[in-house]
Design a protein around this ligand. Structure first.
Ligand SMILES: Cc1cc2nc3c(=O)[nH]c(=O)nc-3n(C[C@H](O)[C@H](O)[C@H](O)COP(=O)(O)O)c2cc1C
Length: 213
């Protein structure tokens, strides 16, 4: 029987995968096992660049699903005539032009991506002074049950401890084996994680609507 996708499963299988990487590399294996297919990193500006009450939608992704969600949220906000910048979090250097900040992250082994944690820590003071929201994409929300929501909500505890977000979007994500490194595919196979695109665009639109208010 298929084991449910739980945080503990991700952590356990993640550790085993890390051990497998060690063995592979120590055994003279190739780094190809950790190589990713190239992914799109959208960077878009909606509205007049010089306005200083812009909305920032910054994202961290490994396989592209979270970047697409960020781009979609940017588009939804711009449809309300709001000035928006969508960009990878690693490219954000200054928050002063932004009245609102929305950060998106993929989840890997029970955590938001490290660049998101570092960003929130480094910009704690600025983020405390403006509306700040977070969204994540992950596979524990397949299926989207109350229990799985609790598990996924806990992924945000380390960020909440630094700055409490005004809005949180917890979204099911995507597993597309073509976009994963070999070791990640092993891990997903070992965990029997469902393959496919499980993003619920109505939920994502509702989140965009809530942060726009
Ligand atoms: C190596 C790996 C580890 C993952 N770990 C978790 C996890 O701990 N919990 C979870 O809910 N989803 C986990 N996922 C699922 C991803 O968070 C999900 O596929 C997400 O949509 C990927 O976003 P991205 O395409 O922007 O990288 C993992 C996926 C991979 C490939």
């Amino acid at each position: 029987m298929t084991e449910p996708t739980t945080r503990r499963n991700f952590l356990k299988t993640g550790c085993l995968t890390v051990a497998a990487v060690g063995v592979t590399l120590a055994g003279g294996g190739t780094l190809a096992a950790t190589v990713h297919a190239p992914i799109d990193m959208p960077e878009t500006t909606f509205g007049e660049k010089k306005m200083d009450d812009r909305i920032l939608v910054a994202y961290a992704t490994k396989a592209g699903a979270t970047a697409e969600v960020a781009a979609h949220i940017g588009q939804a906000l711009s449809a309300k005539n709001l000035p928006v910048d969508v960009m990878p979090i690693k490219k954000v250097t200054d928050l002063s032009a932004y009245s609102t900040v929305i950060l998106g992250s993929a989840i890997r082994i029970g955590n938001v991506l490290p660049e998101v944690t570092k960003f929130v820590q480094a910009n704690q003071a600025a983020l405390q002074q403006k509306p700040f929201s977070v969204f994540i994409t992950c596979m524990t929300l397949v299926p989207d049950t109350e229990e799985n929501r609790k598990t996924v909500s806990a992924y945000l505890d380390p960020l909440r401890a630094v700055v409490k977000p005004a809005h949180e979007g917890l979204f099911a994500g995507v597993v597309d084996p073509k976009k994963l490194a070999l070791l990640e595919r092993w891990m997903m196979n070992a965990m029997k994680t469902p393959v496919g695109d499980f993003r619920d665009w109505d939920q994502i639109n509702a989140f965009a609507e809530s942060v726009a208010v």
